[in-house]
Structures are given as C-alpha cells and as structure tokens.
Design a protein around this ligand. Structure first.
Ligand SMILES: C[S@@+](CC[C@H](N)C(=O)[O-])C[C@H]1O[C@@H](n2cnc3c(N)ncnc32)[C@H](O)[C@@H]1O
Length: 279
C-alpha cells in the first residue's frame, strides 16, 4: 500500500505562494496541517509520492484542472441563509427600493444589476432573488433585475445550481419565507423553487483577474467573507476594482468582520459593512 505523503516545510511554502499568487488567499504559517489534511488525498489520487512532485505538476499542467482541484480543496466555503441579516434588511428596505426608483426616473430602461462575488453554494444570491421577488413581484423581478453570482470553486457552484439545502442551513429563515420559496423534498432537504433560480446566473470567476469580463457596471456588489482570506494589498486592489465596476450611487457590501481602510477608499460609509460610491 502507498504511504500518505508528508508536507515538508519547503513544499508548504511553495504551495502557499502559489495559492496566494493565483487566488489571493493568504495561508498563514499555522495552516500547514490544514493544507496537509485537505491535499494529502489529492496528492495520492494523482499517484505522486511527495508534495514536491505534486507542486511540479501544478506548474506544468496546462489544462487548468490541477489548479481547479487545488482551489476546490483549499477554499473555505462555509455559508448559510440569512448570514449577517442586516445586509438583507438593508437591501429590502433601502438599497433595492431606492435604486429602482432612481432607475425608473432616469428613463434609460436599465435593469438593477447585482453581483454576489464569492457566492459559495448560492445561499446569498438566492436570498437576494427572494427579496427582489418580494419587493417587485415575480414578473417585474424578472424584467427589472439581474443577479450574477460568481465563485472560484466549481464544486460550490455546482451545489449552488442544484439549489438543495439542509433544514439546518435554512434555520435562520422565517417559516413563511421558507414555504414560499422552497419545495420540501423530505424532512431534511429543501429545494429552491425554479422561479427563484431563473433570476440568477452562476459563473466561475477568479477575483484575482486584472480585468473582469463585464460590459456594464453593477448597482450592488456584495462580497462577504471572501476578503478575510486575502492580505491587505490584495484586498485593497480588489476594493479598487469593485469601485470601478460599480455605478455611481451603487452599494458595496462586505462581511461584518471586514472593513475598508479609510485612507485608501473612495467609498462613503453608510452603516457597518455597507458603503456607497458617491455620485
Ligand atoms: C466563506 S465563503 C463566503 C460565502 C458568502 N459570501 C457568505 O458570506 O456566506 C468564501 C468564498 O470565496 C470564494 N473565493 C475565495 N477566493 C476566491 C477568488 N480568488 N475568486 C473568487 N472566489 C473566491 C471561495 O471559493 C468561497 O466559496
């Protein structure tokens, strides 16, 4: 039987650097056992005897498959419905109604464009879609809004597209809300109803890209609990890109444990973890 490979310090350093350069994620020195735990089976499945051979393969593989598998294993994807509920209340009561009014008054027939960046398994964009349906009704939500949800990990994106969640994942939602937007599959599983799914486009996107492939700017960008894994420089660069990809008057929402550094940001603070790009 093949032995489990060990992760030597020098190989850990190389993998750490690669993950940082390609995906922005900073793995601290204390993350060695986490990396070992998450990658040991991968290294073995490829048939390599050491992390050093695996690392060489990561650099050599032109297909992108090896890096995809790496990020699928390394990224932390934990999320659930109604995480940090203040954001959803703000969207429902303030941001969405105000932005829709603005769009209506400037006669350009633009739709409200929302981007959930680092959407993981889809709970965040689905909840936003549900809020849009609540505010606008289904027909208008389809006509007047568009939600893009992106992540680097194909595995979570697949889960997101399936839209099936455990009872526990929904436990922060009201029962009436659950009844309206989910079909109960059995005692433990709930599926997002198809009419909600129609409002969202799921795509794979690396936030480390220099340029994003969007023709139009967004009215709301929500990127929560993603930048906590990035170092300050990477985070500042991403915030600058978010700024460029937001319409004037548009909102940026980040996780409550994250913050924007005040000197480097053109954003105006609205309330904890919510900022606006001034007109
Ligand atoms: C903890 S989840 C956040 C989910 C949700 N936004 C929330 O707040 O609950 C972080 C997500 O960021 C994604 N991520 C990490 N680095 C990324 C990158 N460079 N580009 C795009 N997504 C990334 C991970 O794959 C993961 O799904």
């Amino acid at each position: 039987m093949m032995e489990m490979p060990e992760l030597l310090e020098k190989d850990f350093e190389k993998i750490r650097q690669l993950v940082h350069d390609r995906f922005g994620i900073s793995l601290g020195p204390h993350k060695r056992s986490l990396v070992l735990g998450r990658l040991q089976k991968v290294v073995r499945a490829y048939g390599f005897r050491s992390f050093s051979e695996y690392y060489d393969y990561l650099l050599k593989d032109q297909s992108g498959e090896a890096l995809n598998t790496l990020i699928n294993r390394i990224s932390t994807n934990h999320t659930y419905f109604n995480r940090e509920p203040n954001h959803f209340a703000f969207l429902e009561e303030k941001a969405i109604p105000d932005l829709l009014r603005r769009l209506q008054s400037n006669k350009k027939k633009e739709v409200l464009r929302i981007w959930s960046a680092g959407c993981s398994s889809g709970e965040e964009p689905y909840q936003i879609a549900m809020i849009l349906i609540g505010v606008l009704g289904l027909l208008d939500a389809k006509k007047k809004s568009a939600i893009l949800a992106t992540d680097i990990s194909e595995i979570v994106l697949e889960k997101a597209k399936q839209g099936k969640y455990s009872k526990e994942n929904l436990s922060n939602l009201d029962a009436t809300f659950v009844e309206k937007y989910f079909a109960k599959e059995d005692h433990e599983k709930f599926a997002v109803k198809p009419f909600v799914k129609e409002l969202i486009l799921f795509r794979r996107l690396n936030l480390m890209r220099q340029q994003f492939p969007f023709k139009r700017r967004f009215h709301i960008i929500i990127c929560r609990n993603v930048m906590i894994y990035f170092d300050t420089e990477t985070k500042e660069q991403l915030i600058q890109k978010f700024y460029n990809y937001l319409e004037p008057g548009g909102y940026l929402m980040i996780g409550h444990s994250e913050s924007l550094s005040h000197h480097n940001s053109y954003f105006k603070y609205v309330q904890p973890a919510i900022y606006v790009k001034e007109d």
